[in-house]
Design a protein around this ligand. Structure first.
Ligand code: ADP
Ligand code: MG
Length: 741
């Protein structure tokens, strides 16, 4: 019998890099080639329509039907020139992926022939048959309609022969059924709130933008090896597999030379990404073998989220061309690092960055301190919710498990910013005013030490670290839609800023006309009010600041004392979405209603259950029809050998010579029988859990009673892998999956 594993290993070894033709143009020339961006709008739209579109994109102006028709016509013209035949509304349902339904441009011409046509109506709104997308019960079956509506702030692009139109996806009654709709609302909220706070410092600020720069980690596995692993194929991760003798302990992969076949894949992917307007900049090997990272330059959060979704699909497509499969799962292999997606987040105004230190003037420095502290306030108040926003069945293997990041959201600021906040908090008010020594400035704060943010001043274990001009939310899952984290973070910061402003305004009213806050002090009442509220907040949010080792057990105890959320169970963490404080946050910021939150949680719990359910089934099947038969076959061979020995040698000598084999025969018997019983228990636990109708309770049952059983089965299988003859083992081993490229 030929072993499929050997065949795929041999083939994988022989594979050569695929030639990727270098484009004749420079990257800046083909950047955005497949995007209907501003320069194409200028070329393909009538001047007045172009102006109106810019107003729509930049200032959120209303898009009327006439403009939409003209834009659609321009788009179609451009697309047809590129060989496009179809169009689709492209949206992000609650499945972590994207969805599309392609229609061609052709229409009857009324004379028995066909014409190509694309109207503003089709561009702006469609009604995809939405009954098969998760909605958490919002769309009852009798009203299954869902609408997709164009998001003009994210440009349309071409994938293959199709014009893709980024859209939001909402129900007939207006509830969001996707990630984009609440994201746009959260971005609006933070823009409004932050712009108002900026006006304390600079009345000219018109707009605040939330920025996102993601770093995407992933694994590549040879396609042949992948196809011989039903667990990878069906669940995205290995459910079994003994450690490779060598894995990442030599630290020789991180930033190492990129293997040729991988390099060709990266080049191909990057060219296509640049054409799609995704500004890919960085690529490198990651810590684990066969693990890599790609990162573009940061963009406005809405566009960055779209680009991440787009890149994830592009990666999968390009990888197949190169004979690879991309693993985006957070923990495809036990015992080595998993993958995450750092979300670098910042706010900037139409006049400059907000989180950059040091500013040029005392006003800018005070503004910097306000935005840092109010971000911390948002993170502090909603630390449990932020954890929920990045939690999933797959990310649960990283968060709070054996590796980074911990399941406690805290923030690391670095010594300089920490010192600055400590100074603002503790310094005598007179000292604050005098330290700077600059006379005549209406707003004055102490000389802020020059912040040379040193790369060594980094805490790799912090889930939310300040890194010079941005916060890095590191705990986001590699497979996740970044929007989930960005909705919560931006909403939480918006709420903190609104609250800050309300208290400052109240204090200003209180202080005005009182000599101790008046001109005599050399400062305005406004300045006094800002400093006083800021000081309150620096004190309040202190528990979220943590500079120590986030992986230690002491931190869990300490965090508990500080009142931070230390829960580790994924289905229970999801409950944070329905806390009164969370509902208040999302409703008051106009991001999501309670009804939407309830529905989304149903989807979360259901998805969690299904993922564990599928894994449990696959593990059960593989145990029974791959592992046990192979182990038993090998055991029979050994038994045969023992019998042969007994025939050839005298009894005592035969027993001695067969001692090792007998031991293995016994071990196989014990382990296979344990696997069998445990698989039975696993099936029973599932049956019990499946009877529960409440999605929340069911997910908890899967977490508490089904999932733990999978680990014990895996333990036995991995032990068998070590003793069963390598030539019979059917599944590609870790050493093959991780080192062949
Ligand atoms: P690393 O954290 O590995 O040093 P990089 O320096 O390559 O990462 O940056 C990671 C990401 O952070 C990139 O996408 C980069 O564009 C983004 N980034 C840099 N500055 C900002 C900022 N002010 N706001 C948001 N993202 C930013
Ligand atoms: Mg980073």
């Amino acid at each position: 019998m030929t072993n499929l594993r050997f065949k795929v290993v041999e083939e994988a070894f022989k594979k050569k890099p695929i030639d990727v033709e270098a484009p004749s143009e420079r990257p800046y020339e083909y950047f955005g080639k497949k995007v209907f961006g501003r320069s194409k709008m200028y070329k393909y739209l009538p001047k007045d329509i172009y102006k109106k579109m810019i107003d729509v994109m930049d200032n959120g102006a209303q898009l009327d039907r006439e403009v939409a028709d003209a834009v659609a016509e321009g788009m179609r013209k451009w697309a047809v020139e590129q060989g496009v035949t179809h169009y689709t509304h492209w949206f992000q349902p609650l499945t972590e992926g994207t969805a599309e339904k392609h229609d061609s441009f052709i229409e009857h011409d009324g004379k028995g022939g066909m014409v190509e046509d694309f109207s503003g109506k089709l561009l702006v709104q469609q009604e995809p048959d939405a009954s098969s997308f998760p909605s958490g019960g919002i769309r009852s079956t009798f009203e299954a309609r869902g609408y997709s509506a164009w998001d003009p702030t994210s440009p349309v692009f071409i994938m293959d022969d199709t014009l893709c139109i980024p859209t939001v996806f909402i129900s007939y009654s207006g509830e969001a059924l996707d990630y984009k709709a609440p994201l746009l609302r959260a971005l609006h909220a933070v823009n409004v709130a932050a712009t108002e706070v900026c006006h304390y410092f600079d009345p000219e600020v018109k707009k605040v933008t939330s920025n996102l720069g993601w770093e995407q980690e992933y694994f590549l596995v040879d396609e042949g090896l992948y196809s011989a692993r039903p667990d990878l194929l069906l669940t995205g991760r290995t459910l079994m597999g003994h450690d490779s003798a060598k894995n990442q302990q030599m630290d020789d992969h991180y930033f190492g030379t990129i293997p040729d076949r991988v390099q060709a894949f990266m080049k191909d992917m990057e060219i296509q990404a640049l054409e799609l307007g995704i500004p890919c900049k960085t690529r490198h090997n990651e810590v684990a073998p066969n693990q890599f990272e790609v990162a573009p330059i940061f963009e406005d959060t809405n566009l960055a989220v779209d680009h991440n979704m787009l890149l994830m699909s592009l990666m999968k497509k390009v990888a197949r061309k190169h004979g690879f499969r991309v693993l985006l799962h957070e923990k495809p292999f036990a015992g080595i690092n998993g993958s995450g997606k750092h979300n670098n987040w910042s706010l900037s105004t139409d006049t400059g960055v907000l989180l950059h230190a040091p500013g040029k003037t005392p006003e800018q420095n005070l503004r910097f301190a306000v935005f840092i502290v109010e971000t911390l306030m948002g993170v502090y108040r909603h630390n449990g919710l932020l954890k929920a926003s990045i939690m999933s069945a797959t990310n649960a293997h990283r968060l709070g498990a054996n590796e980074a990041p911990p399941a406690i959201v805290s923030s690391f600021l670095g010594t300089q910013v920490s010192d600055l906040l400590d100074h603002i908090e503790k310094a005598d008010k007179d000292d604050i005013f005098q330290m700077n020594g600059k006379q005549g400035l209406k707003m004055d704060i102490p000389e802020i030490p020059e912040l040379l943010i040193d790369n060594t001043d980094r805490n790799r274990t912090s889930p939310f670290a300040f890194t010079g001009n941005r916060f890095e939310f590191r705990a986001v899952g590699s497979e996740a839609n970044c929007a989930s984290a960005m909705i919560t973070l931006n909403a939480a910061v918006a709420e903190a800023l609104v609250d800050f402003k309300a208290r400052v305004d109240k204090k200003i009213a209180e202080y005005e006309g009182r000599p101790e806050f008046g001109e005599q002090t050399g400062h305005t009442a406004k300045f006094h009010a800002i400093i006083d509220v800021l000081r309150e907040d620096i004190k309040t949010c202190k528990p979220i600041r943590f500079n120590g080792n986030g992986y230690s057990d002491e931190w869990v105890e300490e965090a508990t004392r500080r009142g931070l959320d230390v829960e580790k169970s994924c289905p229970i963490i999801f409950e944070r979405y329905l806390d009164p404080a969370s509902i208040k946050l999302f409703e008051s910021m106009g991001v999501m209603t309670e009804k939407e939150l309830v529905a989304r949680n149903e989807v979360k719990w259901e998805t969690y259950t299904k993922k564990i359910q599928i894994e449990a089934r696959v593990l059960g099947d593989l145990s029974m029809n791959h592992i046990i038969p192979v182990a038993t076959r090998y055991q029979s061979q050994l038994l045969q050998n023992v019998e042969n020995m007994a025939e050839v040698f005298p009894k005592e000598k035969a027993a001695k010579l067969s001692a090792r084999n007998l031991k293995i025969i016994e071990e196989i018997a014990e382990r296979t029988s344990k696997i069998e019983t445990q698989v039975e228990e696993l099936v029973n636990a599932r049956k019990v859990a499946n009877k529960i109708t409440d999605e929340h309770e069911k997910a908890i049952a899967y977490h508490d009673t089904v999932e733990p059983k999978m680990d014990t089965i895996r333990y036995q299988i991995d032990k068998l892998e070590l003793i069963v003859d390598d030539s019979c083992w059917p599944l590609p081993k870790y050493r093959e999956l991780l080192f062949i490229r």
